[in-house]
Design a binder for this molecule. Structure first.
Ligand SMILES: Nc1ncnc2c1ncn2[C@@H]1O[C@H](COP(=O)(O)OP(=O)(O)OP(=O)(O)O)[C@@H](O)[C@H]1O
Ligand SMILES: [Mg+2]
Length: 231
């Protein structure tokens, strides 16, 4: 389980996270919903170690992550799919996947076949440059690259952003498969309410740096969620 306890995060004088607490259990999909600028990416930067927190604590499977560099969190099993995908445009698909080897021991430096059964398009495009892929294909590549690191928790930042509906379905299926087949924890931030409600086990709603609502996905108060998602 990932536990985020009372976390603050500041960019200079501006506070982006205010006492944020949440948990993401193993074998479950936990979704954090919020509109633009409420602090969703900041929360994931705090979890992955991309940006330091100013108060609170973060732990995974009972061990503190605070103070560990992103590389060491990846070694502990934190896999990250960043907003905007951050594919290397001049590297091939295969080379992009191989960037996930960095935190692995020598014997694990291979690309698991499972990635190609989930996203067959990646196999057919192994020799193509990342920059030549469509947005949806790049999103699949970004998830594949995170899977190469053999995560125990997969952290995804708006995986549906700018993606066409058919690929959103594939991505939803892949995320569900990962939860059910590997029992990993999945922490997902989104603005897309329907995707989140269909996929998630537990939902948090964030507004202006704070968690303002939480509950099981099946009893999510849609009106309340929409109120926080519209500007
Ligand atoms: N590097 C930074 N320096 C200063 N302020 C920042 C920085 N990154 C984000 N912010 C500010 O912190 C707040 C939260 O930003 P964050 O990117 O976490 O929001 P978000 O919920 O991910 O938004 P979006 O849905 O647009 O991705 C915003 O007001 C944003 O302008
Ligand atoms: Mg963001």
């Amino acid at each position: 389980m990932l536990t985020v306890d009372n976390v603050n995060l500041h960019y200079g004088a501006a506070q982006a996270l205010r006492g944020v607490s949440l948990s993401a259990p193993m074998g479950k999909i936990t979704c954090v919903l919020g509109r633009n600028g409420v602090g969703k990416s900041s929360l994931l930067r705090a979890v992955t170690g991309q940006y330091p927190i100013s108060a609170g604590s973060i732990s995974f499977e009972g061990e503190a992550l605070n103070g560990l560099a992103p590389f060491n969190r990846a070694r502990r099993g934190v896999g990250y799919v960043p907003q905007g995908r951050e594919i290397f445009p001049l590297l091939t698909v295969r080379e992009n996947l191989e960037t996930g080897f960095a935190p692995l021991s020598r014997k694990d430096k291979f690309i698991p076949d499972e990635i190609f059964s989930l996203f067959p398009i990646l196999q057919t495009m192994l020799g193509r440059r990342g920059g030549d892929l469509s947005g949806g294909q790049q999103q699949q590549l970004a998830i594949g690259r995170a899977m190469v690191t053999r995560p125990k928790i997969l952290v995804l930042d708006e995986p549906t952003e700018g993606i066409q509906p058919s690929i959103i379905k594939d991505i939803g299926r892949a995320i569900r498969y990962l939860r059910d087949s590997t029992g990993m924890a999945i922490l997902l931030v989104e603005q897309y309410l329907d995707f989140c409600r269909e996929l998630a086990d537990h939902v948090y709603i964030m507004d202006r740096g704070e968690i303002v609502h939480e509950g099981p996905a099946e009893t999510l108060d849609t009106a309340e969620a929409r109120r926080h998602l519209t500007v």
